[in-house]
Write a protein that binds this ligand. Sequence first.
Ligand code: CTP
Length: 400
Amino acid sequence: MAEDTARRCALVCVTGCIAAYKACELVRLLQKGGLRVKVLMSEHATHFVDPLTFRALTHEPVAVGLFDDPSDPIHHISLAQEADIVLVAPGTANIIAKMANGIADDLISTTLLATTAPILVAPAMNVNMWRAAATQENIATLIRRGIEIVSPGVGYLACGDVAEGRLADPADIAERAFAVLDSSDLLTGKRIVITAGPTHEPIDSVRYIANRSSGKMGCALARAAQRMGADVALVLGPCQASVPAGVKVIKVETAAEMLEATVAAFEGASMAICAAAVADYTPKAPANRKLKKGLDKLDTIELTQTADILASLSERKGDRIVIGFAAETGDAVDYGQSKLARKGCDAIVANDVSRADSGFGSDTDKAWLITRTGVEELPVLSKDELAREILLRTLRLMGK
Ligand code: CTP
């Protein structure tokens, strides 16, 4: 028994959905990976799978009601504290809505609110329920708070549709759970500076030069670094990307402001990642009023080059790690290699923004990690997955 409690504990919360039966396989996979598994079920989930099934699989009591354990009146708190990771699989629209709104009215929702362990949600529901604005907004809220979502796949749904909403493969859910557990303290004690988004370079008091950067990649990196335990400072240009909760955000407008904020934040940091699409040129003499067509010369704007933030950080980095990005339209690896040499950083993540599955605004990316020792090609990944891969591979490459 002593050895058992020494093992890491996964709490699997099964909510009311036909895919509840797939949680049995998930439990097995987590156990095979060396975890001790405890299962909580919602009242509705017990209509699909008998608690006895999970009890037999885990050799642990299966809790359903808040007051099921007469020996422990605050069962939800003990469960929340015992868990090294909490999985919600399958996760219904209802539990997702409760989580997003902090509702705690049964054992699962109360435990989820009380835990400080990483939480992973694998949603499963009817396609329209999944696509409903309320569900999508709730999912965005959970992502912003650092909760890991294993997106549902397309497949045969209980309602007869073949569409999005099907629980992700239990093997994929288990793999993500192990990835979260294995990387949860890799960056503990490290401060990381990340630049993200575009910059706005003023022409006059109402017009500016900008680019199409969404800021999503930098925010995904901030989220991944924070999940690995880092203390993250995100220097963010003007954009709509969801900023992860708990990350220190320094909002800037121009390339000059981004340079100043990033260099200041880099003092005392151990790593910097420049994911921002910084404007290369800025108007030489922006007007502090609105320029007028008839009165002012608007057909030519004189520009001056901005400072290169990545190169500035690389110059002062010492043995700290500095990573840059190269967003290219073709020949991403060649351009990436020359940027690595020109900017003096440790690695460049090159991606081809001309592809439909990569680049500005896209939710996925095809990238190559380029260092002085070689080029690693990565598969098409979601920005969250790519962010984690970049951090893991860079740490590995640097022998940290
Ligand atoms: N970068 C930066 N400061 C700048 C310009 C770029 O920190 N003034 C960083 C970006 O954040 C990115 C890397 O440099 O990490 C490459 O940016 P990119 O725009 O692809 O390259 P440029 O140096 O601008 O070269 P080019 O426009 O010729 O592709």
